[in-house]
Design a protein around this ligand. Sequence first.
Ligand code: PMP
Ligand code: GLU
Length: 396
Amino acid sequence: MKELSSIAAAIQPSATLAVNTLFKQMKADGLDVVGFGAGEPDFSTPSNISEAGVRAIEEGKTRYTPSAGIIPLRKAIAARLKADCGVQYDHTQIVVASGAKHGIYITLCALCNPGDEVILPGPYWVSYCEMIRMAGAVPVIVTAGEAQHFKITPEQLEAAVTEKTKLVIINNPSNPTGMLYSEDELRALADVCVRHDLYILADEIYYKLVYDDNRFVSVASLSEEIKERTILVNGVSKTYAMTGWRIGFTASNPEIARVMSNYLSHSTGAPSTISQWAALEAVNGPQESVEQMRRVFEQRRTYLVEHMNQIDGVSCLMPQGAFYVMMNIDRLIGRTLGGRVIHNADDFAMAFLETSLVAVVSCTSFGLPNFVRWTYASSMETIQEGLRRLEAFLSE
Ligand code: PMP
Ligand code: GLU
């Protein structure tokens, strides 16, 4: 038989989803495993939102919708972006996709020609890299280590720009680092993009999960000039605990929105109708649950970070947003743990899972091989148990 597409054959499976699948399988096999793998809120979808989904089914809202989504939802998203981010979009500039992940993918497809370069700050969420390749483009990684709080500088960005650069991805707050760019830092990065005529894919899916007195600023709110070249990506998965409903969206200039809508009309057709009606209630309805969940995440973050830093051999920074912690394992390299010599985070994650039955994500596939990502989108009891097992594992 003839060979498969060389682009498709080179794509690696998602490391975060792989950990999640393994965790669920081990649990189903009756093992006492605790999970800090895939980042998804452990809360149930608020009942007013689920009820809106049920109502949609009962009212027969079960047919195809326009490819970019139902108009009431697109209008509600535009109103929410205005209220929360201070950015004005017409509903025709909003495109609803089957998850923010899909919104990112169609953005890349809409913008990139084969061989175009996409600048990706590292450490990065694993799916960006593969989606860039899936769109036929080339990821150019710019790495920011722990010493610079995992945030790239405008000088680093400038140095990575070539004639082939089409866009830059800015994920703020960041998965996997939990770091937040300040308004000044964002402006300095955006200025480089304006100067070199680059698009900005601004993934702001964690915008509601910001802690202490830190303040989130949307890239698109910085100036009209910046907004014109920015494709905002957001969604309901993290803000409203709706990961399984698969609704995300983009906001962009009308031309990009039109191209993405055409793309959708031939790929998914449209996002799930039932989920769109539920998402309308999420975006339009009472917002109290968002703040309640944020507060719980904040408490867990503080607990996890403070206790992790008391354990000998590992350390982590205090993140300002999202629900992830990057654990530094530099001091464990070369040690033998659980019968395995630890050369990198892959070895650590495997040994920790096999020996202590704790699932964490190695940051090798995020571009930083000496870090392990924990999510605190898990209960306080789970966090306490995970830390107890970490301490026991390291003192063996
Ligand atoms: N962007 C980032 C940074 C994420 O962490 C996630 C979560 N998987 C997504 C996008 C995609 O979210 P979803 O497809 O569930 O809307
Ligand atoms: N964003 C989450 C994570 O990074 C969900 C899994 C995924 O889609 O990658 O763990």
